[in-house]
Design a protein around this ligand. Structure first.
Ligand SMILES: C[S@@+](CC[C@H](N)C(=O)[O-])C[C@H]1O[C@@H](n2cnc3c(N)ncnc32)[C@H](O)[C@@H]1O
Length: 208
């Protein structure tokens, strides 16, 4: 188990819900962007670094097929337990415990929507960032969507005790390349459960 994996497992073993600095009771900001995607139902949705996000429950209830990734097996176990207990449907989510910067075992061009809130910004090393975008580009199909919601240049420099790489739309676009067209964006001030301001930049792209 890597140091990073241990770090995140400890976070999720020791804290839950509002004790987590990124916890959102109200998921409407991200949902607003998802509503701008013309998604069939069901769609194949990939969520890197899903954590224990409540957004997953909504997408699951909406009937989508979810591929849920996280470095932390603790987070994904909690998420799986919650989805299995709280919902009547058979659990048709897949769980992929791995570092998202490493090659991903997902079918090429199979993903209708890649939804990342507060994950990409933890990748600091150029190699790791490249690995993330290689995975994304291999997995997202033509006509598929990418939503990146990351700490902005005006945002905090750390989260969960770790340094972050702050983003703006220019860097998102440059790393995605010209196959991906920006269709919506917003600078959004998230107020975390402790009352602190955490400015994010949301960018929604479609693969042409
Ligand atoms: C700030 S939390 C956000 C969780 C969730 N996306 C949300 O909005 O509630 C970051 C998540 O990314 C996961 N994570 C961090 N680095 C990762 C990596 N390299 N690969 C996969 N997951 C990672 C953490 O375990 C954690 O669940």
């Amino acid at each position: 188990m890597s140091e990073l994996n241990q770090h995140w497992n400890q976070v999720f073993d020791n804290k839950q819900g509002e004790q987590l600095g990124w916890f959102e009771d109200d998921i409407s900001q991200t949902v607003k962007f998802i509503e701008q995607m013309s998604l069939d139902n069901p769609s194949q949705i990939f969520i890197p670094g899903a954590g224990t996000s409540q957004l997953v429950d909504k997408l699951y209830n909406d009937g989508h097929q979810l591929l849920l990734n996280d470095l932390s097996d603790s987070a994904l176990s909690q998420l799986q337990e919650r989805l299995t207990q709280d919902h009547d449907r058979d659990n048709d989510a897949e769980y992929l415990v791995q570092d998202i910067s490493q090659p991903l075992a997902v079918d090429a061009n199979s993903i209708d929507a890649w939804i990342d809130r507060a994950v990409l910004h933890f990748l600091l090393d150029e190699h790791a960032i490249q690995g993330y975008f290689d995975n994304l580009k291999a997995a997202v199909k033509q006509g598929g969507y990418v939503l990146l919601a990351e700490f902005s240049k005006q945002g905090a420099k750390k989260c969960a005790g770790l340094d972050v790489h702050q983003y703006d739309l220019e860097e998102m676009q440059q790393r995605l390349g010209e196959d991906f067209q920006l269709i919506a964006a917003e600078a959004f001030e998230f107020i975390n459960p402790f009352g602190d301001s955490r400015p994010y930049i949301y960018g929604l792209f479609i693969r042409q």
